[in-house]
Design a protein around this ligand. Structure first.
Ligand code: CA
Ligand code: CA
Ligand code: CA
Length: 494
């Protein structure tokens, strides 16, 4: 039996600001931004021209109905509420979720994700809690170390533990007040990051300040962009790597760059640091490709540090369990207290979930061909600023559907939606949808609904039907879909 799943909902992606153009990622073709396309009507796509039971309203031509085909419509008004309540059944007549049965200012029964807010990865790895060499690296010494990494069964590299793409992780260290003009920062480490694309930057706070930068990515990135940081690691570092065992940072940036094929633990590194740099920020930056996650950087397992001390104030971290608590910058306190953290793991704040339902008469979405979308009775998801409807710099927000079970014997799964895109080209704002499947007892990574990837942009300023076949979902137990708006910038640009 051939079955088809349809999921449709109305969405608006608005982008009305003129903003700096999409920055070039690099000179490396594989580092380029994802392929960008303007909207292409469904009937112009070869993938849809032979599809049975043409359910898209704009699909033209003769439809030849297959005798044994059944089509189930999974998303109807309240479908996700029914899923949560256990009362959901698919519909056998054409259905979409109009969103009109929900309340403006809410998201109805849909979930939201702020993908601009990252998971904190710096933490204490503990030989007694995880399984060293199985799902975590062994502590450098004793039973615990600081680790910027995680185990994820979906990570491709051997062991499946290390670091992901596109991450910005801040380890704050308060080294205490320094009476002398300089002090030595002494620590053991095992660092491995994609050579010349992923980095560990050490930024000094200056001025004797306790915590001047918090989790402010903009300030930290500006300092690094200007070369104002004090140490920079990239590649796999060994004790034999230039500057690996230490150098004087008071004369300017110290680079520890090496690419020998794998890291080796460096013990007792000692860097001379200006006494004004009481606060230190170890920033780990990973770009969009080549990490443990995608398997293209198979070396090492993220970043490890241990036995951190200063020459004047003594030990900072040796083998402690995490102190616990959350500091003023939403950081996880590893040493110290929530009000006076000594070692704290942080990420930059997120931009927000943004998506909300808005009545059509409030939205700047003119379309003479879809006057019904301008009615007060028509609710639509709007993905920018809640008051101005403008895009928000660095936003990366998703509407997330509930999960849907896929019946055995399903031949085709299609996710569709109506959308209004006002995302002028070269502004960096794009739209795309992703899906994940539950199969063999685990959820997959989120994958672009467009085969081969790619994102949509362009100020079409018209309501259109869009969607994709989810080939991988036909063999799955369940599927879940999310619809994204993202501001794409080079990862080292704020
Ligand atoms: Ca990388
Ligand atoms: Ca230790
Ligand atoms: Ca609607």
């Amino acid at each position: 039996m051939r079955k088809t799943l349809f999921a449709m909902l109305g969405l608006v992606a608005l982008g009305l600001w003129a903003l700096p153009a999409l920055a070039a990622f690099s000179n490396d073709p594989v580092k380029d931004p994802p392929p960008v396309a303007e909207y292409n009507p469904l009937e112009n796509r070869t993938a849809f021209q032979n599809r049975a039971a043409g359910r898209i309203g704009s699909l033209s031509g003769t439809v030849i109905k297959q005798a044994n085909a059944t089509t189930s419509w999974f998303l109807y008004p309240g479908a996700c509420s029914d899923r949560f309540a256990g009362t959901w059944t698919p519909r056998l007549t054409a259905q979409a979720d109009s969103n009109n049965t929900y309340s403006a200012g809410t998201t109805g029964p849909y979930g939201l994700a702020d993908q601009s807010l990252a998971e904190i990865l710096w933490h204490v790895t503990d030989n007694g809690v995880c399984s060293p060499n199985v799902n975590c690296p062994p502590a450098i010494s004793g039973t615990r170390s600081l680790w910027c990494g995680k185990f994820d069964p979906n990570y491709v590299s051997a062991g499946h533990y290390g670091y992901p793409n596109l991450t910005y992780q801040i380890l704050y260290i308060d080294t205490g007040a320094h009476a002398g003009p300089t002090y030595n920062l002494i620590f053991d480490y095992n660092f491995s990051s994609e050579f010349h694309y992923d980095f560990i930057y050490v930024v000094g706070g200056g001025g004797g300040a306790v915590d001047p930068y918090g989790n402010r990515r903009a300030q930290l990135s500006n300092i690094v962009a200007a070369g104002g940081h004090i140490i920079e690691f990239t590649g796999s570092i060994r004790p034999t790597s230039p500057n690996a065992l230490g150098a004087n940072t008071t004369g300017g940036l110290v680079q520890v760059h090496d690419n020998p094929g794998s890291p080796l633990t460096v013990t007792g590194a000692s860097f001379v640091i200006d006494g004004a740099n009481r606060a230190l920020y170890f920033v780990f930056l990973a770009d969009c490709l080549y990490s443990t996650e995608d398997g293209l950087w198979p070396e090492g397992h993220g970043q490890l540090m241990d036995n951190i001390s200063t020459s004047d104030n003594g030990a900072i971290y040796t083998d402690q369990a995490p102190a616990g608590g959350v500091d003023a910058f939403s950081g996880n306190v590893i040493v110290g207290t929530a009000s006076n953290p000594v070692v704290s793991a942080r990420v930059a704040p997120g931009i927000g979930t943004l998506w909300q339902l808005v009545a059509g008469n409030n939205l700047p979405s003119p379309d003479n061909c879809s006057p019904q979308k301008l009615l007060a009775s028509d609710l639509e998801f709007e993905g920018g600023n809640a008051a101005t409807f403008h895009t928000v710099p660095n936003q990366f927000n998703s509407i997330v559907t509930c999960t849907f079970p896929i019946p055995a014997g399903t031949a085709s799964v299609f996710a569709g939606w109506n959308e209004y895109l006002d995302l002028p080209r070269f502004q960096g704002y794009v739209q795309y949808a992703e899906f994940r499947i539950f199969k063999d007892g685990t959820w997959s990574n989120w994958d672009n609904t467009t085969a081969g990837g790619g994102v949509s942009t362009g100020a079409l300023q018209a309501w259109v039907a869009d969607g994709d076949q989810l080939a991988a979902a036909t063999q799955a137990d369940s599927v879940q879909i999310r619809y994204n708006m993202q501001c794409i910038t080079a990862p080292w640009v704020v």
